[in-house]
Design a binder for this molecule. Sequence first.
Ligand code: HEC
Length: 166
Amino acid sequence: MLQRLFILQPQTEDMVKKILIGLLVVLVMIQFIRPARNQSKAASPNDITAVYTLPDDVNQILQRSCNDCHSNYTDYPGYANIQPLGFWLQNHINEGKAELNFSEFGTYEKKKQAHKLEEVAEQVEAGEMPLGNYTAMHKEAKLSKEDAIILVNWAKGLQKQIEAQL
Ligand code: HEC
């Protein structure tokens, strides 16, 4: 069959078959590798909601659109069990958390907190966050225009409030 499709020499066809079987075996094997889950059991005392009072709507937007990658509490989707999709998601979580972790926000120096909030406003205004390849699979995480305005105004406001204390 392969021979007809690609007009392959019989030896080449044999090799292609072996490579395909090899790939299939690898695909099956990687299903058994489970990256450690980003689901802290305890509430963090340094959570942004523990150190600042967040308006309910802001809190809800962060939970829905940002916290899967920017907190210690990821709500894993079903596809996280399918590799390599799970690795790909875990990689986003690790990178996102390294840049900005709302569960550890209280451990940042005030200057860094203010700067991160400035970044939040910038990233959201530019439409860079939440990541587009994530919202493609998580429609509920997409920011509406109103959500984006609420988030940006809050981030800028808290940034100013923190800067005033510096
Ligand atoms: C699917 C995971 C994911 C989601 C959801 C997500 N982010 Fe990110 N975020 C990342 C990754 C990965 C990075 C680092 C790489 C980059 O900048 O693209 C990042 C970087 C950032 C940065 C840059 C920090 C800095 O100092 O440069 C900000 C700010 C940010 N995200 C805010 C948000 C906000 C606000 C939301 C929700 C509206 C959000 N992110 C949703 C994965 C995510």
